[in-house]
Design a protein around this ligand. Structure first.
Ligand code: PLP
Length: 440
């Protein structure tokens, strides 16, 4: 099917400059392993492994087979009052990979739903314990927690909030973000500078009184804002302050979980254990939409009071624990185990870091950041046209270099496959450099 023969009028694309896109569409029609096929038949290397989703590569045969079998044997069943075998097995599997305290898994269909579910669980937890006054939620500037009203409200990305400003949920505040180029530019991995920024939470505890705060939500490594690794000691400090004031700590691991930081969960990589973990993306390798919220036993136990015939949490989605998604999730976990994916990811980190930081001398580049297999190259904005340089890089990579890259404004973001071939990874960065050299 040729892109030229397709009518794009009815298609309103998410997070895309629609009119610009439709002038010259970029359409993917197939994928295999580390490559996409475009509508003109060209093969493109995927530097973003989907949208941080597909760490194992596209169309992994084991996941494909599991989905095919499942859809032919149990296509759907509700999970209110009955359930399916695959959802039960996946909850058990995922909690067994998590830190010991995490015994509960609640399924959703996306990262945004995981976040809103986690916020609701945090509020319900305090109320169940007789602390219904704890209603305030704290996010972080530049945080991304999806696009539903809860996640958007605790999120801190201004363009996502601006239009909805008056309708964001009440009682939310934000701590400062951790990026400061003056102190941290071109740091490899976690910056040494910045642990003290966690003390901003103390400021909000003083302002609102800590006894009114239900939860703090942060991405352990901020992703969509352009990869901000936490300063050394920062997450530990957040944990301490939360403990001091009885506040739940939520790690939004929609990107970080399932190998992107070479461990099942970012919490394990950093040795900081939150109370709730949100996930999606790598849960099914992106094959079927699915998210999961992992919850500590102490949080779950607070809900398990009152008459046993009563619903404890009035929350759930028609597709929570969808059997086909759960089958994809189980197959994904099998592949992670069988192929040693998280170890593979860890072994690639140094190479990835070196390739990213080789851009430090490029004329457009003002910062390079990385942690695990998350990376960003930040370019200076073009005068009077922020985002133009990054957008041009994306389009030129697609058309002139057979590469799919992701830009957030003028920051190029990278999410390589967890099982990348080091030579292919290197070639992709060499090609990107050639493209950047042609851009004003
Ligand atoms: C940390 C984080 N939370 C939530 C989300 C939202 O996930 P979704 O787009 O699946 O709703 C994302 C998406 O990138 C994310 O990175």
């Amino acid at each position: 099917m040729s892109a030229a023969l397709t009518n794009y009028d009815a298609y309103w694309m998410p997070f895309t400059a629609n009119r610009d896109f439709k002038k010259k569409p970029r359409v993917i029609t197939g994928a295999s392993g580390h490559y996409y096929t475009a509508s003109d038949g060209s093969k493109l290397y995927d530097t973003f492994s989907g949208l941080w989703t597909s760490g194992l590569g596209h169309c992994h045969p084991k996941i494909v087979e599991a989905v095919q079998q499942q859809v032919a044997s149990l296509d759907y069943c509700m999970t209110f009052q009955v359930t399916n075998d695959k959802a039960v097995a996946l909850a058990d599997r995922v909690t067994s990979m998590a830190p010991d305290e995490f015994t509960q898994c609640f399924f959703t269909n996306s990262g945004s739903e995981s976040v809103d579910t986690a916020l609701k669980i945090a509020l319900g937890y305090h109320r169940a314990r007789g602390e219904g006054n704890r209603t305030r939620l704290i996010g972080r500037e530049r945080g991304y927690h999806g696009v539903n009203f809860g996640g958007m409200s605790v999120g801190g990305m201004v363009p996502n909030r601006k239009v909805f400003s008056a309708n964001l949920i009440p009682g939310v505040d934000h701590i400062r973000h951790t990026l400061d180029l003056e102190h941290t530019a071109f740091t490899r991995g976690q910056p040494e500078w910045g642990a003290h920024l966690a003390d901003d939470l103390e400021r909000l505890c003083a302002l609102h009184d800590g006894s009114n705060i239900a939860a703090v939500i942060v991405e352990p490594v901020a992703g969509s804002t352009g990869v901000l690794p936490p300063p050394v000691g920062y997450l530990e400090r957040l944990r301490e302050i939360c403990d001091k004031h009885g506040i739940l700590l939520i790690f939004d691991e929609v990107i970080a979980a399932f190998g992107r930081l070479a461990r099942p969960f970012g919490a394990q990589r950093f040795g900081v254990i939150p109370d709730i973990i949100t996930t999606a993306k790598g849960l099914t390798n992106g094959v079927i939409p699915m998210g999961a919220v992992l919850v500590r036993d102490s949080v779950y136990d607070a809900f398990m009071q009152g008459p046993e015939h009563m619903i404890e949490l009035f929350h759930g989605y028609t597709y929570s624990g969808h059997p086909v998604a759960a089958a994809a999730g189980l197959a994904t976990m099998d592949v992670y185990d069988e192929e040693g994916t998280f170890e593979q990811a860890g072994a690639l980190e140094q190479h990835f870091e070196d390739l990213l930081h080789s851009f430090a001398d490029h004329k457009h580049v003002i910062d390079v950041r990385n942690f695990g297999l998350m990376g960003a190259i930040e370019m200076a904005p073009r005068e009077g046209a922020p985002g133009a340089r990054g957008g041009e890089a994306h389009k030129k990579c697609f058309w002139d270099a057979n590469l799919v890259i992701r830009n957030g404004m003028d920051t190029l973001q990278f999410s390589p496959f967890l099982n990348s071939n080091p030579d292919e990874m290197q070639k992709s960065f060499e090609d990107i450099r050639r493209v950047l050299d042609t851009i004003e």
